[in-house]
Design a protein around this ligand. Structure first.
Ligand code: HEM
Length: 225
């Protein structure tokens, strides 16, 4: 490549809008309330952390986190109904390229996105992650409400079953979060959830089918190199 073509390429350095402000606020509310639930839940659950449970504050904070976490879908509905619908639709619909992508997921895990089948707005791994968040959050909420309000009349066996569902679902969501964080940093996706924009180069590498369908003007910004 000549120096001139290199300069021309850099002169047209573009970024594309991945998440507008509404979904970003909703995401960070979800992430923060989840982390609050995780840490206060660990203090309640793990005996060696029980000395942090001073004066019952962890139980109160756990309930505050739960109310925020449960309100997320309702807030999302008001803030950006279209983005919520898109998230739910995309998370539960998989095409042939997604199946091929999943069959080669180890390559993606090792950082070789260029060798993967082309993906749309979400790759198949993100779809599975988001679907898992929806399903296991539903388990967490239902079992949590039973544990919170069912104490007087549910009976010890039902409460025990609810506790098992609650704890196992939280474990699954925490494992999903570890994967979510790993791929966020390996594939430099964080800016999509902070400024909202990602580099054109990263978008083309990871979501070429999505980039193809984007309108020519609106979601793009051009920056000087
Ligand atoms: C705490 C640190 C976290 C970081 C750094 C982080 C980072 C990100 C990033 C960068 C994206 C956009 C990926 C893309 O380009 O599509 C994203 C999306 C998403 N994350 Fe997280 N995340 C975090 C926590 C969580 C937690 C705790 C959950 C669930 C309990 C979660 C669920 C989601 C979901 C559902 C989306 C899709 C959002 C939408 O379409 O509206 N994230 N995250």
């Amino acid at each position: 490549m000549t120096t001139q073509t290199q300069t021309m390429e850099h002169a047209h350095h573009r970024k594309v809008l991945r998440y507008s402000v509404g979904p970003r606020i909703v995401h960070w509310m979800m992430a923060l309330s989840f982390l609050l639930l995780l840490f206060t839940g660990m203090v309640i659950f793990l005996p060696f952390l029980s000395h942090y449970a001073s004066g019952g504050n962890s139980r109160l904070l756990h309930r505050i986190g739960a109310v925020i976490y449960m309100s997320i879908p309702v807030i999302y509905l008001f803030v950006d109904r279209k983005a919520l619908k898109e998230l739910l639709w995309d998370s539960f619909h998989y095409d042939r390229d997604d199946m091929k992508w999943l069959a080669h997921v180890y390559r993606y895990f090792m950082g070789h996105a260029a060798e993967m089948p082309p993906q749309g707005r979400l790759n198949a791994g993100q779809k599975l992650h988001h679907a898992g968040v929806v399903i296991f959050s539903a388990f967490i909420v239902i079992s949590g409400l039973i544990l919170w309000f069912g104490k007087g009349y549910m009976g010890p066996i039902n409460l025990g079953i609810a506790a098992i569902f609650h704890d196992v679902s939280m474990l699954v969501l925490t494992v999903l979060l570890v994967g979510h964080l790993y791929f966020t940093f390996v594939y430099k996706a964080l800016s999509g959830m902070t400024s909202g924009y990602i580099e054109e180069e990263d978008a083309l590498l990871e979501h070429p089918k999505w980039v193809e369908e984007l309108p020519a003007e609106e979601p793009w910004v051009v920056e000087e190199a």
